[in-house]
Design a protein around this ligand. Structure first.
Ligand SMILES: O=P(O)(O)O[C@H]1O[C@H](CO)[C@@H](O)[C@H]1O
Ligand SMILES: Nc1nc2[nH]cnc2c(=O)[nH]1
Length: 309
């Protein structure tokens, strides 16, 4: 039996959604132990589950779910068995974002459904821009911490009445990213012979989007100690931590946010000093394309991590 979280009227919709899914799944699939959120361009992760036992629901049909509106986010929930250990798993193929106009409660709604279904581990994936010279495009970041820029302004998915059935009023986030899972991520990368250095611990800066960073914002974020920046991930992670789900964050670096002003530029040579203007601005098509090109690596990594769980 999955853990039973008692509910009251406020969280009635969570129960309705969980019951809706449970009724349409076999007992084996209705009690997933692992949930995976697929980030931009990473929807291919759904292929890690066997086609034969895959059951999918479009977000539109699940009570309380909103729709995916961003290219690269298909908008479906897929249940199946993953890896050699046939881990019962649920995948969000496409996530919700604050910049789509949804509030943080809507964005994080699925996490509490996962809790009610019995999920113990959440693997959050996403695309992000690199704030550090040493983080190359295509590298994978294993999240060790985050900085929520909207959080400093009171934008937090746990604002408003607390739901004690899920967790406490005040939640400590100091150990949010499970150490054992991070170790497993590195062990999996080693097992798969990933290029040394292409997978690194990273601190994720959550920016609201949908605009990418100005050059000054990029410098500011870098000065905060962040390694990568994206427009998602943190809200889901906060709600998962609140209800006691173990968390692993995997970020694919899809572009570089740091500007490349040459260190040796002659201060009297305005062309040298200003040549960072030549840098191509980032765009979402490039973000998705990078995700698709690294799909195989991401799939193998996630599968191997789950086999180590
Ligand atoms: O975080 P995911 O959804 O993977 O995608 C990242 O890429 C998109 C911008 O290109 C934003 O949604 C940003 O958060
Ligand atoms: N904020 C932000 N999100 C991203 N997602 C993918 N790349 C980026 C980026 O450069 N900035």
């Amino acid at each position: 039996m999955p853990p039973q979280v008692s509910t009251d009227e406020t969280d009635e919709l969570f129960t309705v959604a969980a019951d809706y899914l449970r009724k349409r799944l076999t007992p084996e699939l209705s009690q997933p132990k692992v949930a995976i959120i697929c980030g931009s361009g990473l929807g291919g992760l759904v292929d890690t589950i066997e086609e034969t036992d895959k059951v999918e629901f479009s977000y539109e049909e699940i009570p309380g779910f909103v729709s995916s509106t961003v290219p690269g986010h298909a908008g479906k929930l897929a249940f199946g068995l993953l890896g050699k250990n046939k881990m019962p798993t649920v995948l969000m193929v496409g996530r919700f974002h604050f910049y789509e106009g949804y509030n943080l409660k809507q964005i994080t709604f699925p996490i509490r459904i996962f809790k009610l279904l019995g999920v113990e581990t959440l693997i959050v994936t996403g695309a992000a821009g690199s704030l550090r010279e040493e983080f190359e495009t295509g590298d994978i970041g294993v999240l060790s911490d985050h900085i929520s820029i909207p959080g400093f302004c009171g934008v937090n998915p746990l604002s408003g009445p607390n739901l004690p059935a899920f967790g406490p009023r005040f939640t400590a986030l100091s150990d949010t990213y499970d150490y054992e899972l991070r170790v497993k991520a590195f062990k999996a990368a080693q097992k798969l012979n990933f290029t040394p250095g292409s997978i690194k611990e990273s601190i994720y800066c959550f920016a609201g989007g949908p605009t990418y960073e100005t050059r000054a914002e990029a410098r500011f974020l870098k000065s905060t100690g962040g390694d990568v920046v994206g427009m998602s991930t943190v809200p889901e992670i906060i709600v998962a931590k609140h209800c006691g789900i173990k968390i692993l964050g995997l970020i694919l670096v899809t572009n570089k946010v740091v500007e490349k002003k040459p260190k040796s530029a002659d201060p009297m040579n305005y062309q040298q000093m200003m040549n960072y203007q030549d840098q191509e601005p980032v765009n979402h098509e490039e973000v998705i394309a990078l995700g698709v090109s690294k799909a195989k690596d991401m799939k193998n990594l996630v599968k191997t991590i789950i086999e180590l769980i």
